[in-house]
Design a protein. Structure first.
Length: 181
């Protein structure tokens, strides 16, 4: 069981005294979307059922151990929360799917969330991650979101740098508390 609480909150001390442990630190990143967002400089497609296989393949190649399948994509896209979400795929100059993300809007005037965002392991280090985050920001802006937000492990310095290059600012680290069942 996991619970996220503000760093330094009294509830953390109480949980620790009751046998809870601290999880690894994560870094939230955020960007306001009320101003212009630069063009990502690459082709980005909104993915539907016909291209779901591309979206799932990029995710599996982006995250070691990912089990995201076409069937799971269809289950996700059929769910009510997906009504205000979009899956995006960024393509390189020859049309290959090289990065993917899902953006989740909470509605007009509210924050939007990126989860997950990944770059295919064969295409890293070429700026595709930054371009993908910019595309996510633009998509959320079109959906009326006030800001873009996500979290990443504090140890993932490449992801933090990618988000910063796209204009997201790191916030104070957070940690969840967990207890073995």
């Amino acid at each position: 069981m996991y619970v996220e609480t503000p760093m330094g909150a009294l509830v953390q001390d109480l949980l620790f005294k009751d046998g809870w442990n601290a999880d690894a630190p994560w870094v939230p990143v955020r960007r306001d979307l009320t101003g212009p967002v630069p063009d990502p400089g690459a082709r980005v497609d909104v993915i539907g059922a016909e291209e779901a296989h591309e979206r799932t393949a990029v995710q599996r190649a982006s995250f070691t151990g990912s089990t995201f399948t076409n069937e799971r994509w269809f289950a996700m896209s059929d769910g009510l929360p997906y009504a205000d979400a979009r899956c995006l795929v960024l393509r390189n100059g020859i049309g290959e799917s090289v990065a993917a993300a899902t953006v989740w809007s909470a509605g007009a005037g509210r924050p939007g969330y990126i989860e997950p965002m990944g770059v295919h392991n064969l295409h890293r280090g070429r700026g595709y991650g930054t371009a993908m985050v910019l595309a996510c920001a633009r998509a959320l802006q079109e959906l009326g979101s006030s800001s873009i937000y996500t979290v990443t492990p504090a140890t993932n310095v490449g992801a933090i740098a990618t988000y910063q290059a796209a204009g997201l600012e790191p916030l104070a680290e957070i940690r969840a508390q967990y207890r073995e069942a």
